[in-house]
Design a protein around this ligand. Structure first.
Ligand code: CAA
Length: 291
C-alpha cells in the first residue's frame, strides 16, 4: 500500500518546510496546529518560498498553484482519519510529543504510519507513547526542508520492515536522499553538528573571537555555507540547547555540556531569527552581532 495522504502536526519552521516538500511532490497534506493563525502564517511562508523557486526556474507558476492547493488545515486530529502517514513536527519537548501521540492515535487507520521529525529524542521511547510502535519511525528532515537533500531515517526497536520500506519509498518520492541512523541520542547529523555549534559558543564565551570573527573563520576557512553562530540562530537557540541536553544526558559525557552562554541567551528569550535576536540582532536591515 503506497503512502498517499499525509498529516503533519505542527505548523512551525519544520512543519511548514515539510508540508512544502510533500505537497510539491504531489501528496495531499493536512497540517494541524493549535491555532489557525499559525497555519495561515505557515502557508504564507510556503507561498513565499515557492515564489523563490519559481523565480529561479525550479518550478513554474502552475506547479506553485497546484502545490498550495494540496495543503489544507486540519482543525483536529479527526481530520487525519484517512492519512497514510503522519509526521509529528511539534516543539522539541518530549512531554509535548508524547501528549500528541496519545491524543492522535485513536483517530488513525490501524495501518497508518506515525513518524516524528525529532532531532534528538529516542525513537523507541516516543514509540512507546503510541498504540503502534511497530508502525512508528523517525524521519528527520533538515532545515530548510525544501533545500536540504537529506532525510535521516531512524528505526525504533519495534519498527517493522514493512513500515521502514513504505516510509523509505515515500522519502524517495520526495527526491530526498536517505541516511539510516541507529536510535542513539541526536542520531548522526546533530551528534556531529551541535557539538561544533556548542564549541563555537564556547569560543565566543572564552573571548577567543567575536561573533563576526568566528563565523567568518568557519565560512571562509572551512567553506561552511553559514558560520556556526549564524547557523545556531537559524536552527533556534532553544532547539540547539535542547539537543545538547539530550546528548549530555543521553551519553553521560561531560564533553557535551551545553555552554553557559548558550543557556543565557535562551533564558533571555534571544532564540535567534524566530525572535529577531540571538547571536545577531535581526531587527534592522542587516543582522548585527550581539557580542
Ligand atoms: N525554501 C525554498 N527555497 C529556499 C529556501 C526555502 N526555505 N531557503 C533558501 N532557498 C533557496 C533560494 O531560493 C536559493 O535558490 P537558487 O539557488 O535556486 O536561487 C537557494 O536556496 C540559496 O538561497 P540564498 O541564495 O537565499 O542563500 P544561501 O546561498 O545563503 O543559501 C541556505 C541559504 C541554503 C540556507 C544555506 O545558507 C545553507 O545551506 N545553510 C546551512 C543550512 C544547514 O546547515 N541546515 C541544516 C541545519 S541542521 C538541521 O536542520 C537539523 C536539526 O535538527 C537542527
Amino acid at each position: 500500500m503506497p503512502i498517499k495522504k499525509i498529516g503533519i502536526v505542527g505548523a512551525g519552521q519544520m512543519g511548514s518546510g515539510i508540508a512544502h516538500v510533500v505537497a510539491l511532490s504531489g501528496f495531499d497534506v493536512a497540517v494541524n496546529d493549535l491555532e489557525r493563525d499559525r497555519f495561515d502564517k505557515a502557508l504564507s511562508s510556503i507561498d513565499k518560498n515557492l515564489t523563490r523557486q519559481v523565480a529561479s526556474g525550479k518550478i513554474d507558476e502552475e506547479e506553485k498553484k497546484r502545490t498550495l492547493a494540496r495543503i489544507k488545515f486540519a482543525e483536529s486530529f479527526a481530520d487525519f482519519a484517512d492519512a497514510d502517514l503522519v509526521v509529528e513536527a511539534a516543539t522539541e519537548e518530549e512531554t509535548v510529543k508524547r501528549k500528541i501521540f496519545v491524543a492522535l492515535c485513536p483517530y488513525l487507520k490501524p495501518d497508518a504510519i506515525v513518524s516524528t521529525n525529532t532531532s534528538s529524542i529516542s525513537i523507541t521511547r516516543l514509540a512507546a507513547a503510541t498504540d503502534r510502535p511497530e508502525h512508528f519511525i523517525g524521519l528527520h528532515f533538515m532545515n530548510p526542508a525544501p533545500v536540504m537533500e537529506l532525510v535521516e531515517m531512524i528505526r525504533g526497536i519495534a519498527t517493522d520492515d514493512v513500515t521502514f520500506a513504505r516510509t523509505r519509498e515515500f522519502v524517495d518520492a520526495l527526491g530526498k536522499t536517505v541516511a539510516v541512523s541507529e536510535d542513539f541520542p541526536a542520531f548522526m547529523v546533530n551528534r556531529i553538528l551541535l557539538p561544533m555549534i556548542n564549541e563555537a559558543v564556547y569560543t565566543l564565551y572564552e573571548g577567543v573571537g567575536s561573533v563576526d570573527a568566528i563565523d567568518t573563520a568557519m565560512r571562509l576557512g572551512a567553506h561552511h555555507p553559514m558560520g556556526p553562530l549564524q547557523l545556531a540562530d537559524f536552527i533556534g537557540l532553544d532547539t540547539c540547547l535542547s539537543i545538547m541536553q539530550v546528548l549530555y544526558e543521553g551519553l553521560a559525557d561531560s564533553k557535551y555540556r551545553p555552554c553557559p552562554l548558550l543557556v543565557k541567551y535562551v533564558e533571555a528569550g534571544w532564540l535567534g531569527r524566530k525572535t529577531h535576536r540571538g547571536f545577531y540582532d535581526y531587527r534592522g536591515d542587516t543582522p548585527m552581532p550581539t557580542r
